[in-house]
Write a protein of this length. Structure first.
Length: 244
């Protein structure tokens, strides 16, 4: 009977962690380029082990929390230095010597002509060098679907490059809709995605879906707590019978 209590406890803990994940998704629903996390559950014992070792009682836990890289909807902003990626891939940036990836294309040009993210990081080109547009001041800026940058009618010679990674599971969140590529994976330029100027990519969170998952998770959490309470009541009755 004690094993049953721990089984219910493991289920409650897993649902509590899932609820925290859903809450974080909802908190970032308005974050440009944000990618939602999805929780995967697993049973600790399966098949014959569940019948023999655990006597039919199983334990659950969160197997992994993975990033869902599904593209979010694009929203028009009308701003020349707002760009979105239609298709797979990321913009590559350099922040304090660290290479990071993002789908947030809200950029600006500083006083030195450097193309930067809204947090002040340098945006990199195909050669992994910072993009610099020293003659951009006072000129109309155009970015075509391939990322080529034109100032008024003159090509700048710079290109806003989209990069893909060999193993998306190696991308780990680094805050501000940024991702760090861990060792064991590489990135390479891709040309089959389109860059859409004067647009930004919204988060890929569906509020209705997340709220439905929150309600379902809360109900399961409450059910596990009820099971725990029932086990405690049965244990008390069992102890009472043992004293008769």
């Amino acid at each position: 009977m004690v094993s049953g209590k721990y089984s219910a406890l493991s289920g409650a803990v897993a649902r509590e962690q899932a609820m925290a994940n859903i809450s974080n998704n909802l908190a970032n629903i308005n974050s440009t380029g944000f990618k939602k996390d999805r929780v995967g559950f697993e049973a600790l014992l399966t098949g014959r082990k569940q019948d023999t070792d655990a006597r039919g009682i199983n334990y659950s836990r969160i197997r992994k929390i993975g990033i869902d890289f599904e593209q979010g909807p694009l929203r028009e902003t009308g701003r020349d230095l707002d760009v979105a990626i239609s298709g797979k891939g990321f913009f590559k940036i350099n922040r304090d010597g660290q290479t990071l990836y993002t789908r947030n294309g809200s950029f600006y040009i500083d006083n030195n002509g450097m193309l930067k993210t809204s947090q002040g990081s340098n945006v990199l080109n195909e050669s992994n060098q910072p993009i610099q547009l020293p003659d951009a001041q006072g000129k109309k800026l155009y970015i075509d679907e391939s990322g080529n940058i034109t100032l008024d009618t003159t090509p700048s010679g710079e290109k806003l490059q989209v990069f893909n990674v060999s193993d998306p599971e190696k991308l780990k969140k680094n805050g501000d809709s940024l991702f760090l590529l861990e060792q064991g994976a590489t990135s390479q330029p891709v040309n089959d995605s389109r860059i859409i100027q004067k647009n930004l990519e919204s988060s890929n969170i569906n509020m209705i879906e997340e709220m439905a998952m929150m309600i379902d998770t809360q109900r399961k959490f409450d059910a596990y707590l009820k099971v725990q309470k029932n086990y405690s009541t049965l244990s008390e009755k069992q102890n009472e019978l043992g004293t008769v």
